[in-house]
Ligand binder design. Sequence first.
Ligand code: ZN
Length: 257
Amino acid sequence: MLLYRVGPEGYYAAETTEGALRVLFSDPYEIPPAEWRLGRKLEVEPKGLLAPVAPSKILGIGRNYVQHAKELGNPVPDEPLLFLKAPSSLIGPGASVVLPPESERVEFEGEIAVVLRQRLSRASAEEARAAILGVTCACDVTARDLQRRDATFARGKSFDTFCPVGPALLLEPELDSLSVETRVNGRVRQQGSSSEMIWGVAELLGYASQMMTLEAGDVVLTGTPEGVGPLAPGDELEVEVSGVGVLENRVEAWRQP
Ligand code: ZN
């Protein structure tokens, strides 16, 4: 089952296994998909979709794929490397990634994003697995020059528009066999699978919940495979996670408003 949020109102719609998109009357955070009440069929243009989630925080994981740690000249860490992205960096499918004037090198990091269905605090990996609502595509857009210059990742990761997510949430995913692919202008730049992660999805959530309470709707970006590279104005960025669909965003230069 796929869960969408439809603009401009932001109501939920579900795509059932027979392929129809229907208005969802149930609260997806409270009611399991098998018990959802669905309404009329919808015809929605791709550009009518919003980000499928509105998180209170966005947590990122650095260096969760061995080959990506190596390509940036970093050691593989002994524990997951956590960082935060500002919730204000979130954009939905079809919105533009804007390259800020403060950075000379903004890079794409295609990732599998996980969304929590319920609050999680000091949880085990098994408890975390049971608390997942679904997964979606994300791009952890990063100002690499600023990330390298600063002691923390806050600035390099958090410019407005630096976190495209969507287009849908895939519910009840097979967490250990998800694939992710990033394309720029149609060319494949990154390919990875959750089976190659150093720390698996449930393990990461459990680990993060030791430090901070994860709330329903919070988003965790699970790390990027090798192949990261720069973005330029006019680029067409695509991130595809198996079973979710394709997240499409265009890249623009920042302009004085
Ligand atoms: Zn990342």
